[in-house]
Design a protein around this ligand. Structure first.
Ligand SMILES: Cc1ncc(C[n+]2csc(CCOP(=O)(O)OP(=O)(O)O)c2C)c(N)n1
Ligand code: SF4
Length: 306
């Protein structure tokens, strides 16, 4: 477990805002320290651009882990490459910044080998729906008990603003100076269609909602897919902004039946963006299958293989 000492940090700061600002910073840091959230953070400070939506996502995720009192030695966070892929560096617990696009099979392997761990996979829309897209349907239909958080900023951030699989048609990007010619993928539609046993969405301007959804997704026994729309304030100035997120999203309607996959698909396919749980069902997980197989194999071996 790691944490930053508020008093150390405040005394190290250059005094650029006068004693009042220093006192406020010290008070804020002390409050963060008391919250227990730093227990879920590493010593490494995030290298994301100031104002990146990923800070809001990190806050929501750490709040959920703290509320669940996940023990830090029972946490594993796996990513591929990208700005979002750096997330495990900034988290406590076990972390793996793995090969580009391979977070899901690696996270699956960890969960199958160590079922007692809380296993999360994280990554951007580029890595998750581009190079890593082939793993999505299979991990979902297999119902491995992990939580996959897709940081969807509609752009390749780390490599400086190329079109990604969720970039809207016509958007001018580094790779498409005359406008992106491709139709965007919708991760929520894919999640519902591919058989994820839990599908939910939120946006980076609402960490409280991210926390609420993560609490439910992390407790869900099976594959949970959480799509979080988030602004890349450095390379996207037209598509996703905090203002659009705050004004454009609505909560999932209260009469939505989360066990109805068709209703979830209708919700995912509409123009309106909703925050909340789209779909949730209980069915055997891959671990259930794995344990049952091991039991049967043992029984068979015990009866001389008959
Ligand atoms: C095999 C391979 N192909 C391409 C790259 C270059 N690359 C690194 S990150 C990335 C995409 C990043 O976009 P995204 O996954 O959306 O994450 P973000 O940076 O926006 O968080 C690409 C194409 C690479 N590192 N490895
Ligand atoms: S480039 Fe974009 S996604 Fe990457 S840290 Fe900066 S704002 Fe965030």
């Amino acid at each position: 477990m790691s944490g930053h000492s508020p008093s150390d940090s405040s005394s190290d700061r250059p005094s650029d805002g006068g004693p009042q600002l220093d006192q406020k910073v010290a008070r804020d840091l002390a409050a963060v320290s008391r919250s227990g959230l730093l227990d879920y953070r590493s010593e490494a400070l995030p290298t994301w651009c100031a104002g990146c939506g990923y800070y809001g996502i990190a806050l929501g995720i750490t709040q959920a882990l703290a509320a669940m009192e996940v023990e830090i030695h029972n946490l594993a966070v796996v990513s591929g490459i990208g700005c979002a892929g750096r997330f495990p560096f900034f988290m406590g617990g076990y972390g793996l910044h793995a090969v580009h696009g391979r977070a899901l099979p690696i996270a699956s392997g960890i969960k199958i080998a160590r079922p007692e761990l809380t296993v999360m996979a994280v990554g951007g829309d580029g890595v998750g729906l581009g190079i890593g897209a082939g793993h999505l349907p299979h991990t979902m239909r297999r119902n491995v008990d992990i939580t996959y958080v897709l940081f969807d900023n509609g752009i390749y951030g780390l490599t400086k603003g190329q079109s990604s699989p969720t970039t809207p048609t016509g958007q001018i990007t580094g790779t498409h100076p005359y406008g992106n010619p491709d139709q965007p993928l919708d991760p929520l539609v894919l999640g519902v269609a591919y058989g994820a046993s839990s599908v939910a969405a939120a946006h980076a301007a609402d960490p409280e909602k991210i926390k609420e959804i993560l609490l439910r997704s992390l407790r869900h026994p099976g594959f949970s897919f959480v799509v979080i729309q988030t602004p890349c304030i450095t390379f996207d100035r037209v598509n996703i902004s905090y203002e659009k997120l705050r004004q454009g999203w609505k909560p999932v309607p209260s009469d939505h039946l989360v066990t109805d996959r068709n209703a979830a698909m209708a919700l995912a396919m509409g123009e309106q963006r909703y925050a909340g749980v789209y779909f949730e069902e209980r069915r055997p997980t891959y671990q259930d299958y794995d344990q049952a197989t091991a039991r049967k194999a043992k029984e068979q071996a015990g009866s001389g293989g008959k």
